[in-house]
Design a protein around this ligand. Structure first.
Ligand code: FAQ
Length: 309
């Protein structure tokens, strides 16, 4: 007789989407709660390095664009928390997991945004890497996650272009501006490559993720896609990729590249990143200060449901 797990796998193999009320194995549910909540946390924590530059944007236009972008990232966090809630976990539980260090957020937001060029590098490289990963996730098997990705990718592509515009403009500027852009490129390139996660051979979650079609492409495959398209964009504006081993491979039609510092990656994702303490303290402080808003919203909801009775 077919077990529930076999039936579920048959649905996945046939390319069906899974929806919140469908029966699903516990492993599938937990895998998605982990990934989606970490994705949501990354979007929200990712507002901090850019938020640091709102009051110092070099023009009103730049400030408006940056404000809109950061607001979009907050919105992405909200879609993702809502999508994760359909799997049976509450938003407050997810936030507790972030605060206690049980849930991770992307390695990339552990690094400081030191100059205006970093805002360019974040938009171009960080959003650029996020898009490559998220385009693939548009076809993930869980319906609410897949639909959230479709909307998020549209917004991320605007973010990527605004970052590239900043870098291109700086590369047309003074020598100091060009050096600032190159310095940002040097500091953000390797952490951006780490965003795709460990090599597939060292990725404990990949085998289940492929079996359940949560992942459609491997960490290394997506990283390579990002490298191949970004190297050309860097060349167009005169930036150098900080990798001496980077070389076009005629036979494979891809760029060969140097090895990532995996020790740094593991240090960062285990809570020892340069800005982790600051990011967490900031999040906890404003979460606590916002308690009255959540209480007021709950009271309003209760009042409304009582008045319907
Ligand atoms: N950072 O077995 P795998 C953005 C962890 S959004 C931290 O390969 P998986 C937009 C992983 O969780 C950026 N931890 O795991 C924006 C696991 O640890 P665990 C966020 C990482 O899940 C722009 C362990 O290593 N995007 O930037 C990272 O199959 C600008 C083993 O790894 C997403 O989250 C990492 N980079 O594959 C916002 C996309 N990589 O959980 C504001 C959705 C791995 O057992 C401003 N997520 N780890 O404790 C995914 O596609 C996957 O989760 C991967 C990792 C590919 C990230």
């Amino acid at each position: 007789m077919e077990t529930n797990d076999t039936k579920f796998q048959t649905r996945i193999d046939e390319g069906e989407f899974v929806e919140p009320k469908d029966s699903m194995p516990d492993g599938y549910r937990h895998h998605l709660i982990r990934q989606m909540s970490q994705h949501a946390h990354s979007e929200v924590i990712g507002m901090q390095p850019e938020g640091n530059w709102i009051s110092r944007a070099p023009s009103l236009r730049a400030k408006q664009i940056l404000l809109a972008k950061i607001q979009d990232e907050g919105g992405h966090g909200l879609y993702l928390y809502s999508a994760a809630e359909t799997l049976g976990i509450s938003r407050s539980e997810m936030i507790n997991q972030l605060h206690s260090g049980k849930a991770k957020y992307s390695n990339i937001f552990n690094y400081p945004a030191l100059t205006w060029a970093d805002i360019g590098a974040i938009g171009w490289l960080v959003d650029g890497a996020a898009i490559v990963n998220q385009i693939s996730l548009q076809r993930t098997s869980y319906g609410p996650y897949s639909r959230a990705m479709i909307r998020i990718c549209k917004e991320e592509s605007f973010h990527q272009r605004q970052g590239y515009e900043i870098m291109a403009k700086m590369m047309k500027g003074t020598k100091e501006q060009q050096e600032m852009a190159q310095d940002a490129m040097n500091r953000w390139w390797w952490p951006a490559l780490m965003m795709f996660g460990p090599h597939d051979t060292d990725s404990p979650h990949s085998s289940d993720a492929f079996k359940w079609k949560i992942k459609r492409e491997g960490n290394d495959e997506l990283r390579q896609k990002f490298i191949d398209k970004t190297v050309q964009q860097a060349e167009v504006i005169g930036l150098t990729i900080p990798d001496k081993e980077l070389k076009w491979n005629e036979k494979k039609n891809i760029y060969d590249h140097g090895e990532i510092n995996w020790n740094e990656f593991h240090q960062v994702i285990s809570g020892n990143g340069p800005c982790n303490k600051q990011r967490m303290e900031h999040h906890i402080k404003y979460h606590e200060e916002g308690a009255w808003v959540r209480e007021a919203a709950e009271a309003y909801k209760k009042e409304k449901s009582n008045s319907k009775i």
